[in-house]
Design a protein around this ligand. Structure first.
Ligand SMILES: [Fe+2]
Length: 271
């Protein structure tokens, strides 16, 4: 009998689209998500099912969050709050910040252009859908601390320091620290990565845009922490870019290899 993980790996993008409906989503939580959450790392693959970009984003954003917290500890910033956390649990739980995207259609997630107002409203629902998913699991699971941080991060990572974010329009330190941290990590990765609707910004450009968000989108103290760790952020972004280039090269080689093996068979069949 195949495991939950093996079942997930057998599904392709078309299958993932079936889960857009709420009923299917419920089945998805109960049959797949809860068992996989027992192996925390699998959360990345879940989101990857619906959005080929997001999976890598989830991992990178988690690492950026780690860099920020390590820098905060070095600089003794918000250490009273951080000292209450089990850091490994917080890093792991950050993987679920966009889990609600499992219910957003690929047409919106991968749209090669600006979202319409209506599409953006749909995109915004990924926050509440993610929270609902985590709460559903929370009721049955034993990893309460992990799920508590996951829920805080999923529910507040799109709030903005000036109160203009969503879904609740929280302002300043009313936004939990986890959400303020995730906002920095999340936006930096969105800037530095190529997306269907935009080219990747350079590290320098990304840092400038992050600075523009100081006290507007982001907690100003965390922007200062980000600047102190910006070299590590850029290093990780470069490493991923190089890995993606290698992967693209390998895929092209594999395509050529397949075509070379395929052609003689077709020629033979045609005779
Ligand atoms: Fe998000």
């Amino acid at each position: 009998m195949s495991s939950g993980h093996e079942k997930i790996m057998l599904m392709d993008d078309n299958m993932a689209n079936l889960f857009v409906g709420k009923n299917m989503l419920r089945m998805f939580y109960e049959v797949y998500l809860a068992p996989l959450l027992r192996k925390r790392i699998m959360a990345t693959e879940l989101v990857e099912l619906c959005d080929s970009i997001t999976g890598g984003h989830v991992y990178r954003a988690q690492r950026y969050l780690q860099f920020l917290i390590e820098q905060m500890i070095r600089e003794d910033v918000y250490t009273d709050e951080i000292s209450e956390w089990d850091l490994d649990v917080v890093f792991s739980s950050a993987q679920l910040h966009d889990v609600g995207k499992i219910a957003i259609s690929g047409a919106i997630l991968n749209k090669p252009g600006k979202l319409t107002d209506e599409e953006f409203e749909i995109m915004k629902t990924h926050v509440q859908i993610g929270v609902d998913a985590i709460e559903r699991i929370e009721a049955a699971a034993s990893q309460r601390e992990f799920l508590h941080h996951a829920k805080v991060i999923a529910s507040t990572h799109h709030e903005k320091w000036d109160g203009s974010g969503y879904p609740r329009g929280l302002r300043g330190e009313n936004i939990p620290l986890e959400g303020r941290l995730m906002a920095v990590a999340d936006v930096y990765d969105a800037l530095i990565s190529a997306r269907p609707y935009k080219e990747a910004f350079t590290a320098h450009e990304a840092e400038r845009i992050m600075e523009e968000g100081r006290g507007v989108h982001f907690d100003p103290v965390l922007v200062d922490v980000f600047h102190a760790a910006a070299g590590r952020f850029a290093g990780l972004a470069n490493q991923f870019r190089e890995e993606m280039n290698i992967l693209d090269g390998l895929k092209k080689c594999e395509g050529i290899h397949r075509r070379q093996n395929y052609l003689p068979v077709r020629q033979h069949a045609a005779v």
